[in-house]
Write a protein that binds this ligand. Structure first.
Ligand SMILES: [Zn+2]
Length: 306
């Protein structure tokens, strides 16, 4: 039996019919509306449109933010307030006639990497996505870790520096506040003022550096930019060491836009991971690039709508 997967993002809603083997049989993409009723009707329309004539057993919505999977609703979503608190299972089940479940988007991505991506040959996988924020998901012994209410696996919000920068979640020093693309851009601004003669410093005199600027300058050998990425990688490593000590994963898959920095971030992360985690877990764990990102970005060959 096929299933429909729906990625509800801050800017787009992508829906597709997926076969049990992971093949995407149809895809549609709609722009996201941050108004409750329009958002619901758009998601329902995307599901119906993607379904077409396929025989479908159910729908899984992958949504951003803190979710209460046991009640199929979202508690808070920083980039999509309109979706907060809606009983999605009932609202969308009624409109589409299909069984609907709700999952955190990073948890859903971790499950995807486990079934069809970087971890398809193992039973224990952690996915970390480095983007605007830091998302995470844990698959342990072949099961997705969700916790008692389905809010588990928020790996981006473990504290790695108690007095560190403020995180979007309200806490200080979360992994997300130190290793996300947003954190890299913020830190770059600070380092630029300390090293005004660096390429990064000169750029910052014209405009605020973005994460991709830092990457570009680091590739050109600018020491200030390299330092920013090394620091972010070191904090990432602190987080990874904690995850390795707790979960003993076989694979850590790294995805998201900021993962494009590659070894500029991952080498310091590996070093810190080795220092702070324990044998034999640290000796056996493999860090791999997440493989489904391109497929996710490919979604959208369907019917774009205004
Ligand atoms: Zn946080």
């Amino acid at each position: 039996m096929h299933a429909i997967g729906v990625d509800v993002g801050g800017t787009k809603i992508a829906a597709g019919v997926i076969s049990p083997e992971g093949e995407i049989l149809s895809e549609v993409r709609y722009p996201t509306a941050n108004v409750r009723e329009t958002l619901l009707s758009t998601i329902a329309e995307a599901i119906t449109d993607a379904r077409g004539g396929h025989d479908v057993g159910g729908v899984c919505l992958a949504v951003p933010g803190f979710i209460l999977a046991s009640e199929n609703k979202i508690l808070s979503a920083a980039n999509l307030e309109a979706i907060e608190g809606i009983p999605l299972k009932e609202e969308l089940g009624g409109r589409t006639g299909l069984q609907v479940t709700v999952e955190n988007d990073a948890n859903a991505a971790a499950w995807g990497e486990f079934r069809f991506g970087a971890g398809e040959d193992v039973e224990d996988l952690i996915l970390i996505t480095l983007g605007t924020g830091v998302g995470g998901g844990v698959v342990s012994r072949g099961a997705l870790l969700r916790g008692a209410r389905g809010t588990g696996g928020e790996l981006g919000h473990i504290t790695v520096q108690p007095a560190g920068p403020r995180c979007g979640c309200g806490n200080r020093g979360c992994l997300e506040a130190l290793a996300s693309g947003t954190a890299i851009a913020r830190r770059a601004q600070k380092v630029a003022t300390e090293q005004p003669d660096s390429l990064l410093g000169r750029l910052a005199e014209e405009r605020a550096p973005l994460g991709e600027d830092v990457l570009e300058l680091a590739r050109r050998g600018d020491k200030a930019a390299v330092r920013v990425l090394r620091e972010a990688g070191t904090w990432l490593g602190v987080g990874l060491a904690t995850f390795v000590n707790i979960f003993d994963p076989e694979v850590i898959a790294i995805g998201g836009g900021a993962s494009a920095a590659g070894d500029l971030v991952l080498e310091p992360a590996r070093r810190e991971l080795r220092l702070q985690s324990h044998s034999p877990s640290r000796d056996l764990v493999q860090i791999r690039e997440a493989t489904l990102g391109a497929k996710i970005r490919d979604v959208g060959r369907g019917h774009p709508r205004p």
